[in-house]
Design a protein around this ligand. Structure first.
Ligand code: ZN
Length: 120
């Protein structure tokens, strides 16, 4: 259900965008999802199909890219890119440069709409 509500907000955004820019149809949407959102790209595409029915975005292609988790070390200030394994407990929240565990999750929580292709 998580995916469906996300898809619905994306479609809502697309409808507004189409209206603003006078687009008759949305052809392709490029999304990026953070690993920590636990969004399944395949389910998101399926949900998009449902959510976009009867809208300008119906039939649009949906590309979903996974976005790596990024940790920002509060001690040395460097960024660590982390590839998530199966569960969140499988990786340690630790800076790989200085070993500090004082880190903030910088990226990986969000869903981004990177690009939209439409026709007028
Ligand atoms: Zn560090």
């Amino acid at each position: 259900m998580h995916e469906l509500s996300l898809a619905m907000s994306v479609v809502e955004y697309l409808q507004n965008l189409a209206k603003e820019q006078g687009m008759k149809r949305i052809d392709a949407v490029f999304l990026e999802v953070g690993e920590l959102t636990h969004v399944d790209p395949r389910q998101l595409r399926e949900s998009f199909k449902i959510a976009s029915q009867g809208t300008v975005a119906e039939g649009s292609k949906v590309y979903v890219k996974r976005r790596l988790v990024c940790l920002k070390c509060t001690k040395c200030g460097r960024e660590n890119k982390i590839e998530l394994k199966d569960t969140i407990t499988d990786y340690s929240l630790k800076c790989s440069f200085c070993g500090s565990t004082d880190v903030e999750i910088d990226k990986g929580r969000e869903l981004l709409l990177k690009r939209v292709k439409g026709s007028k």
